[in-house]
Design a protein around this ligand. Structure first.
Ligand code: UT7
Length: 326
C-alpha cells in the first residue's frame, strides 16, 4: 500500500475588527497611571499595533472564521472534515473544548475534535498531532486551528506584559496525500520552567482562585527562546536530510522581532527569508504561526513547492518545529 502523508491545502485567518496602535494603547494606559510609549514598544519588540477583541467575541467564533477561510481556500466542503484540532490557551470554557464548539458552529457532524494546550507552541503541537493521525490512514481531512483571546488574561496594570499580546486566529486544512506535505516535526517540553510564563489561576469553589493574569519573566523567556528555536530547526532539518540553505521561509512564533532575527542569524538565513507579522498582530500565542503563514500565502510570497519551517516556543516551557513542503 502507498504511504500516506499529510499536506496543507488551504490557509485562513481571522482578526477582531479593532486594531490598536502603540500610541493609542499608551494613551489609554496613561489614564490608569501605567507609563509606556510607542518608542519603547517598537525598539524592544518590533510591535506597532495589535488587534483587540470587542466584548462578546469568542475564541470559538474567531477560530471558526479562520477555519471557514482555510476551507474556502482549499475548496473542501466543511462536511468532509473528520478531525479538528484547536490550539488555544484561552478557551471559551474549561469544557467542552473549543474544537467541539467550532465543530458545531461549522455544522460538521462526526469525526474527532479536541484542543491542545501548549501555549505559544500550540500550533506546531497541533500540526504534529494532526499529521500523525492522518498518517494512520484513519483520518483524511483535518482543520488545525490556532485561536486566542489573550486580551482576556492580560493585567492592564502590568506594562511588562500588556503591551505585547493581541487577539486572533489562523487555520490550515491538512489532508491525506500521496506526497509530503509535512516532512518532519519534533516537539519538546521542559516543565521545570513552568513559572517563567504562566497564568496560574484556577476555577474552584465558585470563583477564580489565585492569579487570573498572564505573568512572564521576559528576559528568561527571551534567552530560552533564542536557544531552542535554533536547535529545534536543526533537529527537524537533520530528520528530513536537509540543511538550512533549503529553507525558503522561516515562520517562527511571532513574539519579538529581535528573537526572529536572532534565530535567522543563528541559522545563517537572511532576514528577508523570515515571515514577520508581529509588528501588525503583536504576540497572538498559538494563533501567531498560522496568522503569519496565511498572511504570506495571501500576499503571494509563499508559493507551492517551497519549504517552510514553522516554529513555536512558549509557556510550559514548550517548543517545536514542523518542516513543510507547501
Ligand atoms: O509568547 C511566548 C514567548 N514570549 C517571548 O518570547 C517574550 C520574550 N521576551 C521579550 O520579548 C522581552 O524580554 C520583552 C519585550 C518582554 C522585554 O524586553 P527587554 O529588553 O528584556 O526589557 P526588560 O524586561 O529588561 O526591561 C527594560 C526596562 C525596565 O526598566 P529598568 O528596570 O531598566 O528601569 C522595564 O521596567 O524597560 C522597562 N519596561 C517598560 N518601559 C516602557 C518594561 N516594560 C515597559 C513598557 N514600557 N511597556
Amino acid at each position: 500500500m502507498a504511504r500516506i502523508y499529510s499536506r496543507i491545502t488551504g490557509t485562513g485567518a481571522a482578526l477582531p475588527a479593532r486594531a490598536v496602535s502603540n500610541g493609542e494603547l499608551a494613551r489609554d494606559l496613561a489614564k490608569r497611571g501605567v507609563e509606556t510609549s510607542d518608542e519603547w514598544i517598537v525598539a524592544r519588540t518590533g510591535i506597532r499595533q495589535r488587534y483587540l477583541a470587542e466584548e462578546g467575541l469568542t475564541t470559538t467564533e474567531l477560530g471558526a472564521r479562520a477555519a471557514e477561510a482555510a476551507l474556502a481556500a482549499s475548496g473542501a466542503p466543511a462536511s468532509s472534515v473528520d478531525l479538528i484540532v484547536v490550539a488555544t490557551s484561552t478557551p471559551d470554557h474549561i469544557f467542552p473544548s473549543t474544537a467541539c464548539l467550532i465543530q458545531a458552529r461549522l455544522g460538521i457532524a462526526g469525526g474527532a475534535a479536541f484542543d491542545v494546550q501548549a501555549v505559544c507552541s500550540g500550533f506546531v503541537y497541533g500540526m504534529t498531532v494532526a499529521d500523525a493521525l492522518i498518517r494512520t490512514g484513519v483520518y483524511r481531512r483535518a482543520l488545525v486551528i490556532g485561536a486566542e483571546l489573550f486580551s482576556r488574561i492580560l493585567d492592564w496594570n502590568d506594562r511588562t506584559t500588556c503591551v505585547l499580546f493581541g487577539d486572533g486566529a489562523g487555520a490550515v486544512v491538512l489532508e491525506a496525500a500521496n506526497e509530503p506535505g509535512v516532512l518532519a516535526s519534533r516537539l519538546h517540553a521542559d516543565g521545570s520552567q513552568a513559572q517563567i510564563l504562566c497564568t496560574a489561576g484556577r476555577i474552584a469553589q465558585g470563583g477564580v482562585q489565585g492569579d487570573p493574569f498572564l505573568r512572564m519573566d521576559g528576559q528568561a523567556v527571551f534567552k530560552l527562546a533564542v536557544g531552542v528555536l535554533d536547535s529545534s530547526a536543526r533537529e527537524v532539518l537533520a530528520d528530513a536530510g536537509m540543511d538550512a540553505t533549503q529553507i525558503d521561509w522561516l515562520i517562527p512564533h511571532q513574539a519579538n522581532v529581535r528573537i526572529l532575527n536572532a534565530t535567522a542569524k543563528k541559522l545563517g538565513l537572511s532576514e528577508d527569508k523570515v515571515v514577520v507579522t508581529v509588528e501588525r498582530h503583536g504576540n497572538t500565542s498559538a494563533a501567531s504561526v498560522p496568522l503569519a503563514l496565511d498572511d504570506a500565502v495571501r500576499a503571494g510570497r509563499i508559493r507551492r513547492g517551497q519549504h517552510l519551517m514553522l516554529q513555536g516556543v512558549g509557556g510550559g516551557f514548550t517548543w517545536g518545529s514542523v518542516l513543510v513542503r507547501f
